[in-house]
Design a protein around this ligand. Structure first.
Ligand SMILES: *[C@@H]1O[C@H](CO)[C@@H](O)[C@H](O)[C@H]1NC(C)=O
Ligand SMILES: *[C@@H]1O[C@H](CO)[C@@H](O)[C@H](O)[C@H]1NC(C)=O
Ligand SMILES: *[C@@H]1O[C@H](CO)[C@@H](O)[C@H](O)[C@H]1NC(C)=O
Ligand SMILES: *[C@@H]1O[C@H](CO)[C@@H](O)[C@H](O)[C@H]1NC(C)=O
Length: 343
């Protein structure tokens, strides 16, 4: 009793001191989910040598919540899998995916150091990965912490997976290299740029005709309708087009009433007063691999009213909005985890 009382007093003193400096009263800095999020953001996982720090962090979070923890290294780099076994293990499981690595950040261009997880006066936390995708990883874990606290036992097994290879993903979403030997390389490049600029112009027209959030139909380099090889011809002889990654085909996951996973996701979100508008998002390339195994895959990030800062300088997220995401994932995971067998 005495020990607990003493601890409470110390906590209160800290609280009062912190208040004028950084607005602790409004900003939930002491919330465990926020503290875990900031710890995770502080690990510079743009560097491969730090990936195991993230693995250690996730391992300790996992044991705190009471989840099974496994690390796989299929390509020499670690993938973490946190597992909450379901009541009926014969049911297909639900996999919640995110990346633990982040793209690099040029500190000189940031307001605050990209791995300091600084919280400003508006309760925004600045860090590389704040939106892409360390927020999502922590939101999954914290939603499951809450479900476990309520003694909810879900019928399906839940796996939370943390992938390590964003570097590959980033280059794979549309990068291509050109080799231009010979002394007229610049002219070739000029011709090629003209073709690409014209193409870009047509994309802009497509953009204008779409909803602002629907960037699927016109982010184009892995869409086969465009014959990218013909571009090399414009550049002239001796030009070679090299794909870092090329997908000729990918299976789709339907977003209609025939897909119970989609219906469950949509209904859960709708019940929380939010309307979902499905889009095609070419950047989420992990899903491509999963879908090619015939497994339905959907992407959903419960982060509202936020300017997209993916891969940009000064990436940030508001901590209030971040915390709201836990409520939403909690409902989504509960309903998907209890989705009956699909016959
Ligand atoms: C808030 O202020 C306290 C006391 O000055 C400091 O220890 C803490 O790191 C600050 N928190 C943030 C998020 O800046
Ligand atoms: C990403 O690529 C850069 C440059 O090759 C490398 O320095 C960095 O360690 C890589 N990051 C990860 C997480 O693999
Ligand atoms: C604290 O944050 C709230 C919410 O952003 C803001 O309205 C308020 O003015 C801030 N107070 C101080 C003392 O900075
Ligand atoms: C779990 O599965 C059993 C057997 O199919 C079913 O009776 C029960 O209602 C399910 N639980 C929930 C919470 O949906």
């Amino acid at each position: 009793m005495i020990i607990i009382h003493t601890l409470l007093i110390i906590a209160n003193v800290y609280y009062l001191r912190a208040q004028p400096e950084n607005n602790t009263t409004i900003c939930p800095l002491q919330d465990p989910a926020v503290m875990n999020f900031r710890k995770y953001l502080e690990i510079d996982t743009s560097r491969s040598e730090n990936l195991y720090k993230a693995v250690d962090f996730l391992r300790s979070l996992s044991s705190e919540i009471g989840l099974d923890f496994a690390v796989y290294t299929p390509a020499g780099i670690p993938i973490c899998v946190l597992t909450w076994p379901g009541v009926d293990p014969s049911l297909p499981s639900i996999m919640l995916n995110s990346h633990m690595d982040v793209v690099e950040a040029d500190e000189a261009r940031w307001k605050y150091p990209p791995f300091a997880a600084h919280v400003d006066e508006n309760c925004n936390v600045y860090a590389r990965g704040a939106q892409d995708t360390k927020d999502v990883g922590i939101l999954y874990i914290e939603a499951i912490r809450r479900l476990k606290k309520q003694n909810a036992a879900l019928n399906r097994t839940i796996h939370i997976t943390f992938m390590p290879a964003m570097n590959f993903t980033v280059m794979g979403t549309g990068g291509h290299g050109f080799l231009m030997p010979g002394d007229v390389a610049v002219e070739k490049l000029q011709r090629l740029l003209d073709v690409m600029l014209n193409y870009r112009k047509s994309l802009r027209e497509a953009v204008a005709s779409e909803e602002p959030t629907n960037y699927g139909p016109y982010t184009s380099l892995n869409i086969n309708i465009i014959n990218v090889n013909s571009w090399a011809e414009y550049a002239g002889e001796g030009t070679k087009l090299e794909f870092l990654r090329q997908e000729m085909e990918s299976s789709a996951t339907s977003v209609d009433d025939n897909n119970p996973y989609w219906v469950t996701l949509k209904n859960t979100i709708n019940e929380l007063g939010v309307k979902l508008v499905p889009i095609i998002c070419p950047a989420t390339s992990d899903m491509l691999f999963v879908r090619n195994y015939g497994i339905p895959a959907l992407g959903f990030v419960p982060v509202f009213r936020t300017t997209q800062k993916l891969h940009q300088d000064n990436e940030y997220i508001n901590l209030g909005i971040f915390l709201h995401g836990i409520d939403i994932y909690e409902a989504v995971i509960r309903n998907l985890g209890n989705l009956p067998r699909i016959l």
